[in-house]
Design a protein around this ligand. Structure first.
Ligand code: ADP
Ligand code: MG
Length: 712
């Protein structure tokens, strides 16, 4: 690579096979390929797992039991013992000066060959003591060889394919040396680099591999993380804007008599969060492009009101609104709630004698009698129905609208691309309706920016005043559990009602049902024998379910024993206690959802988490629930505990370009990257004036990857 040539782009690096590097023969080439490293770009983006500051490394003699540490030592001995069954235990002793540390590995006989006496190794793990000796069980081991320098880059290595951190270090060194003369092209605009005080691309790439100081590592990482996030956001924002350009929407009249009347007649003022969300939604609705917005907010934060406001905005301009719920029961509840909220609101209508007509809201589910259904369907086509409430059946082929303007989808899960296409066809063939998705399972805002990258997000982060907070307690042992049943009996004695959620059994629905039946029988026979108990699980028929729910709602049952079928939406204000058995088996989001079933009336509510977790994560989950009732805060904890894999989806994680960036650790950079991406795309829609960036997107975020980002 002669000097004087232009700086290397990522595409240039991607065109140089690693086999061109000195020292990479057939064997190492194959080993590299086994780790998906085929080109110099792959190699340079195979970032160090961590860096070891040799000036700060611990010596074995300083290791404290219970602490995590990194030490360098020389292998003294290694041997493998046969254990019961076909298990083996390999013990390796390393030492520095006068101190020794024993490393133990189960079923990793190959360690014996890997770690031979005299070899210098770097181990990282938690130190404990065993028979008076320092020991680490299954530590991370890196063969650093004779790498010198103050800071050592430790690479993710693959022992099995014979690719060691020292090999990688050598190849990277060679690659960096070959790239340095030409330098690396930096496609990110100078203004952005200045704004965040970033080092340039070459300094970042070379610096993360061959830093002089830990500060240099941090600067390099900051820049590289930003670049990864910027690429993802550029792709998402570009696609979002494309869809917005290519699909015509309805320019709704956001200021109108109907929405004004609705607000005036509310018995309470809007919360600030509701006002803000209504404003954000209004700004979308008013534009002639379809809205795709996510409304996140805890149970009880007043999402329904915001959604109804959007539906009325459609209606006052002569369009129809649809509200879709995930189940028929919830559709019925929404219908009752929305009808009550609207009261006898009328729609201005100059064609009638009075200048107005009643607003018409209908429910469409399979439980609606056939005759009524036919009538509703017919009136939808002619526009006599203003707002229709139902399940996903509302966007099936058979349902036709006169002019569908706004669709609200109430559900936890992602509204898929297919449904969106179906919706587009419900418009008047020219325009697509505006879509608002509501969810009560918040995900952190920055994660939403990536996971729901094609949606805009509004947040209700404030509960209406006067709510009695739910007090949550963790009942860990039998005595505590007895106390829970005392509270249950006392509350029922005071006229309240109670939910009991049964242990969740992962294996099968049949087992869940058994668990619910057993719990029901056990409680009825002992702790709650004087109370009126109802049972609900996934195998009861729809009719039975409805009848149990009706009885509970009417107060004819004191306690509802149920599986998670009660998770979403069920609303019985007189229920004030939620007992969750084996609570540690549930995830944070699910526990939070379940807890949201109480605290809906004027009486103080309590939630009991019964369970004795066997893992630290389980404990952390229950502690989090006890400590906070804020869904957003809990979502952050969940993200911390489980990592982004859970929201990105395992498949996605492996495919995307996020090698260094973490949606968890790098939250502020997600937001910054999104902001920069919007600025760039809004002045240069197809990146014609940023060819370097455009090329990197094409190279690193192929269509498939970007499709993943858009889907669930
Ligand atoms: P979500 O759908 O977010 O769970 P809802 O829309 O069902 O919440 O609202 C919960 C309750 O709070 C309803 O009874 C609703 O009437 C009431 N509510 C909504 N907004 C307000 C407000 N600004 N002030 C007082 N109460 C409100
Ligand atoms: Mg619009």
């Amino acid at each position: 690579m002669p000097e004087g040539d232009p700086p290397l782009t990522l595409r240039d690096l991607d065109q140089i096979p690693v086999s061109r590097l000195r020292g990479v023969g057939d064997k190492k080439d194959a080993a590299l390929a086994g780790s998906e490293i085929r080109t110099v770009l792959d190699l340079l983006t195979h970032y160090p797992r961590r860096h070891l500051d040799r000036t700060r490394e611990a010596s074995i003699g300083d290791l404290q039991p219970g602490e995590e540490a990194t030490v360098v030592g020389e292998v003294r001995s290694s041997r493998t013992r046969q254990l019961r069954g076909r298990r083996t235990l390999t013990e390796v002793v390393i030492g520095d000066g006068g101190h020794q540390l024993r490393l133990t590995f189960f079923n990793q006989r190959w360690r014996e060959k890997q770690l031979t006496p005299g070899m210098s190794v770097l181990v990282h793990g938690k130190c404990d003591t065993f028979q008076g000796q320092r020991q680490m069980t299954s530590p991370i081991v890196d063969l650093v060889g004779d790498q010198t320098g103050r800071i050592i880059a430790v690479y993710p290595q693959s022992e099995k394919s014979g690719l060691l951190t020292k090999d990688l270090a050598r190849f990277v060194e060679e690659a960096v040396a070959r790239c340095r003369p030409r330098g690396l092209d930096d496609p990110v605009p100078d203004g952005v680099l200045d704004r965040f005080d970033f080092v340039d691309r070459a300094a970042a790439v070379f610096g993360i591999h061959q830093p002089e100081s830990m500060a240099e590592v941090a600067e390099a990482r900051r820049r590289l993380v930003f670049d990864e996030l910027l690429r993802v956001q550029l792709e998402l924002v570009r696609r979002k804007r494309r869809i917005e350009r290519e699909t015509a929407g309805i320019a709704h009249e956001i200021a109108g008599e109907l929405t004004d009347r609705f607000i005036e007649r509310l018995p309470f003022p809007l919360t600030n969060a509701q006002q803000r969300a209504i404003g954000e939604i209004g700004a979308d609705l008013e534009l002639a492009r379809p809205m795709h917005r996510l409304l996140q907010g805890d149970v009880g934060s007043g999402k329904t009101l915001v959604a109804v406001h959007a539906l009325l905005t459609a209606v006052q301009g002569g369009y129809q609104g649809a509200l879709m719920a995930p189940t028929e029961v919830l559709a019925e509840q929404h219908h009752a709630g929305v009808t009550a909220m609207l009261g006898d609101l009328s729609v201005p209508d100059s064609s009638t004698l009075m200048g107005e007509r009643p607003l018409r809201v209908e429910l469409l589910t399979n439980r609606v009698a056939a005759g009524d259904r036919r009538k509703i369907l017919a009136d939808l086509v002619t526009g006599k129905v203003d707002i229709i409430i139902g399940t996903h059946a509302l966007i099936q082929e058979k349902v036709e609208y006169a002019a569908l303007g706004v669709v609200v989808i109430d559900e936890q899960h992602r509204f898929g691309v297919e449904q969106r296409a179906a919706l587009r066809e419900k418009g008047d063939a020219v325009t697509a309706p505006d879509v608002l998705v509501m969810t009560a399972t918040p995900i952190p805002r920055t994660a939403a920016m990536t996971v729901y990258g094609d949606l805009d997000v509004s947040v209700l982060d404030e509960l209406p005043p006067g709510r009695t907070p739910i007090n949550t307690e963790w009942a860990r042992d039998d005595a505590a559990e007895d106390g829970v049943w005392d509270v249950v009996r006392a509350e029922v004695g005071a006229g309240r009602q109670v939910y009991v959620v049964c242990p969740l059994i992962d294996e099968s629905e049949a087992l869940d049902v058994r668990s619910a039946e057993d719990t029901f029988a056990a409680l009825q026979a002992a702790e709650l024998s004087d109370l009126r108990l109802g049972l609900l699980h996934g195998r009861v028929t729809a009719a039975e379910k409805a009848s149990v729910m009706d009885d509970f709602r009417a107060g004819d049952l004191d306690v509802l024993v149920a599986t998670t079928v009660i998770e979403v939406g069920v609303d019985v204000p007189n229920a004030t206690v939620m007992v969750i058995l084996d609570a540690d088996r549930f995830g944070i989001a699910q526990l939070h959802q379940l807890r949201g079933r109480v605290g809906r009336g004027q009486h103080a509510s309590r939630c009991f988490l019964v369970g004795d977790p066997s893992t630290a994560d389980g404990e952390a989950r229950l502690e989090a629930l006890v400590a906070s009732t804020d869904g957003f805060e809990l979502a952050e904890v969940d993200l911390d505990l489980r990592g982004e894999g859970t929201i990105m989806g395992e498949r996605q994680k492996g495919r995307n370009d996020l090698k260094l960036a973490s949606l968890r650790r790098d939250k502020e950079w997600v937001a910054a990257a999104r902001q920069v991406a919007i600025e760039i795309i809004d002045t240069d829609e197809e990146l014609d004036r940023h060819p370097g960036l455009a090329d990197e997107l094409e190279l690193l975020l192929g269509d498939d990857d970007a499709d993943y980002l858009m889907k669930d």
